[in-house]
Ligand binder design. Sequence first.
Ligand SMILES: Nc1ncnc2c1ncn2[C@@H]1O[C@H](COP(=O)(O)OP(=O)(O)O)[C@@H](O)[C@H]1O
Ligand SMILES: [Mg+2]
Length: 286
Amino acid sequence: MARTTIGFITNHRFLADEDKKFLRIAKKVGINLVIFNAAEKFDIKELKKKAKKCQIIFNDEADYLALELAKSLEVFGCKVIEISKAFYYTEDKWLLYLHCLKNKIPVPKTTLLSTDFVSIKKELKDFNQFPVVLKRIEGFHGDFVDKADDIKEAVVIIKRFWEKGEDRFPILAQEFIDSYSYRVMTIGGEVVQTAVKKSDNWKATGGSASRFWKFKVDKELRAILNKIKKITDIVICGIDLAKKDGHWILIEVNAEPSFKFFDSEYNLVIEKTLKHLRSLVSKKKR
Ligand SMILES: Nc1ncnc2c1ncn2[C@@H]1O[C@H](COP(=O)(O)OP(=O)(O)O)[C@@H](O)[C@H]1O
Ligand SMILES: [Mg+2]
């Protein structure tokens, strides 16, 4: 059987440790890995030539330039995991909320705010959930997520988001769930890892430098995960959850999730990812 060639999108001037891990593990399992580096010049001819060699391409980066590279490769006819439209639709926190309502997946009460402060103040008053979580419809690493105790504080946070990022970028107000932060990683819908962060900090970010514990996927969570599988097109998926009154509640779904929750499983999760990508190629051929 011919070896599978998988493209790998990264965005580092010098290959990062994770990039090197992917290269090493791909070699171990008999996969050719072709690096597409968004930190290098976008040379159309070169990109097309390299793209031709790949049966599938994995984007390991959650940033806009890597996304632009992923979209370029899609234009050249490549199958990219994750599909770029997942970023605009599945990962959009407001659209996810709507899909959850439609499919009866428990989610925090959420409302999409206006872009003028007179309306925002009224909407927050009507929403009447304090403390209130404010978050942009998209963002990562908790960069655009914060919590306010009252309307005044909320206005300060929204102003800060708009100064730091794009002006008047849509923002959600969300019920605050006082909970540990739970993460489930799925590959092709199968659970490969669970991690709970028990810390005093309400906002869980990042995969490294924090302590995590594993937790069991119970029946109730399994049912939620099955529903999530149906509404998301994300193949390698990081699912953030919380617990409210002893019941699971979905916070968000992520493409390009961190592989780094446990040192002892880091290599294994990468190996499973590569093998799953390869299985998608053989499925395509049949
Ligand atoms: N409604 C909420 N109630 C309590 N904590 C929340 C809520 N929403 C988010 N968080 C915390 O903030 C973290 C980051 O929020 P999240 O929606 O996952 O944004 P990001 O895309 O930046 O990761 C979550 O992992 C969780 O710990
Ligand atoms: Mg998150």
